[in-house]
Design a protein around this ligand. Structure first.
Ligand code: SAH
Ligand code: SF4
Ligand code: F3S
Length: 490
């Protein structure tokens, strides 16, 4: 019987692809095992920044070096690096026998089976950026049994000038609404409590004419109304495309959580224009106002790049001012990383690593304080929390999320995993909240406490713990006690 192990780098897209691959392999009778014992190792890789790629190069070297041919696993490289540098990787490391771009994932199980048989190298590169040979398997064997992702679109056509994604994930293409809703139903039947719709820009859904006239707002409403969908989220949004209809759907559909990521990327209009983002800071501010005046205490997170080519001191100060103005719950910060082939790579005014790292330290320190203040202000409040895993470095603590997407750590028995509980917040920290589960008699939420708009009764999930997936997910940044630390290391 073939044994396998999945190594996941990068974003939720890769977690989703890994969940589908695991399902497809298990359906073929393969077994998931540890990295050391696996006959087949699949790396799902990320190209977003240089550091993300370096991690993969060094891991790929480590798995084969110093081992005899007969003891080496057969390695497949999937994900965004496969499309960008997969051929180069296979030349450098002979243990790589399959390279598969994100748009050819559906061909991976068969290619692996063949390469296990004949030892030949198979390159399934995404030469046509419009062709999709998808893996049509609902992700039933998930990294997280209680939470599931459903992709609603492939690729991205926005070409933000710093970003590699359009080059590695190909052209934007909406999935059919029927397929998406069927996949959500399959996840709900499988005990999933929280579903996240995924796309590089979910707000573009349907604009390519491939979704039978559906818009993202309409899809969101239909998904939220499916029987058994308790919590629905989506990621990620583009400020130029987020519509009033989407905000209305968030406000009116009880299953849609009041949380969203709205990447700002820069706080100066000059840099936003150079980034090709298609909005100004004031237009962005209008969206934030609308979200905060329409939704009850929404959780809003953002992304910010510092040290973009030509970023002057005053541009950087404008980014800091935006953090103070918008007071996000959390910000994924990163120093600009040159991506070969993108427009920004050939722009003038590249900054030194030292300046970029200095600016990164400043925004991280500023946002840490803002997040801490917000989190401290939640002490004493009560939220409904879906307990979805063990706190990675929290001893016997379990971790969960509020409807507005704050990470909460509580002391609780493992049997509560996958359950909704009501938690009183005892302490707000930088990137998470610590609390205690209220006994049933105290579970009524005080009237003035916004606990989001998902109000499912607690304790409605299947009993027992499903088998734990064994894959290793490497987040983009260093993690603290919880998995919520947003600071990127490059
Ligand atoms: N589609 C999403 C996110 C894509 S990548 C969006 O439009 O927001 C996730 C984040 O990585 C981006 O939001 C951006 O902040 C960061 N990023 C992308 N390219 C980068 C680069 N070259 N250098 C540094 N950060 C980058
Ligand atoms: Fe990259 Fe911009 Fe597309 Fe996001 S919207 S994936 S940042 S090009
Ligand atoms: Fe995601 Fe990294 Fe690709 S962020 S889309 S895996 S480049």
């Amino acid at each position: 019987m073939t044994s396998f192990f999945l190594r996941v780098f990068g974003c939720q897209m890769n977690v989703y692809d890994a969940d589908r691959l695991r399902t497809a392999f298990v359906e073929r009778g393969w077994t998931e095992t540890s990295q050391e014992e696996a006959r087949v190792l699949v790396f799902l890789t990320c190209s977003i920044r240089d550091k993300a790629e370096q991690k993969v190069w060094s891991e790929l070297g480590r798995v084969g070096a110093g081992r005899k041919d007969t003891e080496r696993p057969l390695v497949a490289v999937a994900g965004c690096m496969a499309a960008r540098v997969g051929e180069r990787m296979a030349r450098r490391f002979p243990w790589i026998r399959v390279v598969v771009g994100p748009r050819h994932l559906g061909d991976l199980p068969e290619a692996l089976t063949k390469s296990l048989g004949d030892g030949a190298l198979r390159l399934l590169l995404d030469e046509d950026p419009r062709e999709v040979r998808d893996l049509c398997v609902p992700p039933k064997r998930r990294d997280n049994p209680w939470k599931g992702f459903v992709s609603i679109a492939h690729g991205c056509d926005n070409y933000c000038s710093y970003c590699i994604v359009p080059y590695v994930r190909g052209r934007f293409q909406s999935r059919s609404p029927g397929e998406i809703l069927d996949e959500i139903r399959a996840l709900v039947d499988d005990g999933v409590q929280e579903i996240t719709l995924l796309g590089q820009n979910v707000n573009s859904y349907g604009t390519d004419g491939a979704a039978e006239g559906w818009t993202f707002a309409y899809l969101l409403r239909q998904a939220a109304r499916l029987s058994g969908v308790k919590r629905l989220r989506f990621a990620t949004n583009h400020p130029k495309d987020l519509t009033d209809e989407v905000i209305a759907a968030m406000a009116e559909e009880p299953a849609v959580c009041p949380s969203l990521n709205l990447p700002l990327q820069a706080g100066s209009d000059r840099i936003l224009a150079l980034m090709n983002r298609g909005y100004s800071v004031e237009r962005y501010a209008l969206l934030i106002d609308k979200l905060r005046s329409t939704l009850v205490a929404p959780g809003i997170t953002s992304d910010l790049i510092v040290g973009f080519p030509g970023e002057r001191e005053e541009d950087f100060r404008a980014s800091c001012a935006c953090l103070e103005r918008f007071r996000f719950d959390m910000v994924h910060t990163a120093a600009y990383s040159v991506r070969e082939g993108t427009r920004a790579a050939s722009m003038e005014g590249h900054l030194s690593e030292e300046v970029k790292q200095d600016r990164l330290r400043v925004v991280n320190a500023l946002q840490r304080e803002i997040s801490l203040e917000i989190n401290k202000s939640l002490e004493g409040r009560v939220f409904e929390v879906l307990l979805d895993g063990h706190a990675p470095r929290g001893g016997d603590l379990l971790q969960g999320r509020t409807p507005h997407d704050k990470v909460v750590l509580v002391k609780a028995p493992e049997t509560l995993l996958g359950h909704f509980v009501h938690v009183e917040i005892l302490q707000g920290e930088h990137w998470c909240l610590r609390g205690r589960i209220l006994p049933p008699a105290d579970r009524r939420l005080p009237r003035d406490v916004p606990a989001g708009n998902a109000a499912s009764p607690p304790g409605m999930v299947p009993g027992g713990l499903p088998g734990k997936a064994l894959s290793a997910v490497t987040p983009c940044g260093p993690s603290g006690a919880c998995c919520a630390c947003p600071e990127k290391d490059a």
